[in-house]
Design a protein around this ligand. Structure first.
Ligand SMILES: C[S@@+](CC[C@H](N)C(=O)[O-])C[C@H]1O[C@@H](n2cnc3c(N)ncnc32)[C@H](O)[C@@H]1O
Length: 348
């Protein structure tokens, strides 16, 4: 956590998360929103079936590109290029020294200050011209909006691009209609990538605001005619309902925070709830599924933990479970910044 933010309570730290893989929970309900008790533990039965093959460690890397680049990092900060803007944000893992000269850092368009008195744009400083809340961004030709948010995010997690590209490849190769479920979908870039690749997409997020941003992104991408269902709901409840209805998906993405809340105050706690959600994901797959992709961050765990969970959850289904880390490669000195753990089951 940045020294400047030290006064603000940080949910990650409250929940004992390490400083690494630090992508905090997004859903921050107001104090007067309903709170529910944690979910009762699910009764899961271990599947006595052959485990999928395994491939690990697998490090999926995002290199500097025209849409996004990690320009430099060091001294607890990172300097990134998001479309036309250069942005400085805290980065606890950057315990090394900066490789670029000071003038490159001074040219930044926006700096996250994390001012505890402020919300939204007030938590950002713009050394030159004051900037608006959003700006044009692109991923592989898909247009969407970058966004200065109070919680230091910018409306996209660029390291996810490795998953997006892999998923788009599976959809395009399938040669048949593909249904994708994107749980914890945030601003929807994954949903847009899937829809453009030809899938029918269901996007679920607990935050009404995030769903609004995602719909706005769909319009900006010019993908309004693509079949995307935008659903503001608790991810677990939605998956349970889909099972009851007999709905099924060929690809499921789930990128849960360490801690979050559904719209009705449903509590999400990764360590307690992930096994049940992974099991549910398996139960709502089509007979010929393609992949199930899990990302985890801000937790004190190794990718071996989610690897073991995913292999158990997909026992008897053949295929391979691949696990490792998502990293971003820095442009200045080529250092790797780890952002998340992942584990994915991929059909053979
Ligand atoms: C880190 S974001 C996911 C990022 C997304 N995969 C992407 O690449 O853009 C986590 C999301 O989970 C949502 N969330 C938190 N708790 C939830 C819950 N119980 N059910 C559904 N969504 C939830 C948050 O609103 C937030 O948008």
């Amino acid at each position: 956590m940045s020294q400047k933010r030290a006064k603000r309570p940080d949910r990650r730290r409250e929940h004992g998360a390490p400083k690494s893989q630090a992508r905090p929970a997004q859903a921050r309900p107001d104090a007067d929103e309903p709170r529910q008790a944690p979910r009762p533990p699910a009764t899961l039965k271990r599947r006595d079936a052959p485990l999928p093959a395994e491939r690990l460690p697998l490090i999926l890397e995002v290199k500097p590109n025209d849409d996004y680049a990690l320009l430099d990092s060091g001294d607890g900060q990172k300097l990134e290029q998001y479309g036309a803007y250069r942005i400085i944000r805290p980065e606890n893992q950057a315990i090394w020294l900066r490789a670029l000269p000071e003038r490159d850092w001074q040219n930044a368009d926006a700096i996250f200050t994390g001012d505890t008195e402020e919300e939204g744009l007030g938590r950002w400083r713009f050394p030159g011209t004051p900037l608006g809340e959003t700006w044009p961004m692109r991923h592989d030709g898909i247009h969407y909006l970058g966004r200065f948010t109070s919680f230091r995010h910018v409306g996209v997690f660029p390291e996810q691009a490795s998953h997006w590209d892999h998923m788009a490849g599976l959809i395009e190769k399938a040669g048949r209609p593909v249904k994708v479920l994107n749980l914890f979908g945030y601003t929807g870039v994954a949903s847009l990538v899937a829809a453009r690749a030809g899938a029918e997409v269901t996007h679920v997020d607990a935050s009404k605001k995030a769903i609004g941003w995602a719909r706005e992104n769909q319009a900006i991408a010019g993908l309004q005619d693509k079949p995307i269902r935008w659903i503001c709901e608790d991810a677990m409840k939605f998956a349970e309902r889909e099972e009851r209805r007999g709905s099924a998906y060929d690809i499921i993405l789930f990128d849960p925070p360490a801690y979050g809340r559904g719209p009705k105050g449903e509590v999400w706690q990764l360590f307690a709830d992930l096994p049940a959600l992974a099991d549910l994901c398996r139960r709502i797959l089509t007979p010929k599924p393609l992949a199930v992709v899990l990302t985890a961050y801000s937790i004190r765990a190794s990718f071996f933990a989610i690897h073991a969970l995913m292999r158990d959850s997909f026992a008897g289904m053949g295929g391979t479970v691949e696990s490792g880390e998502l990293i971003i490669r820095e442009k200045s000195a080529g250092r790797a910044l780890s952002t998340s753990l992942f584990s994915r089951w991929v059909a053979s």
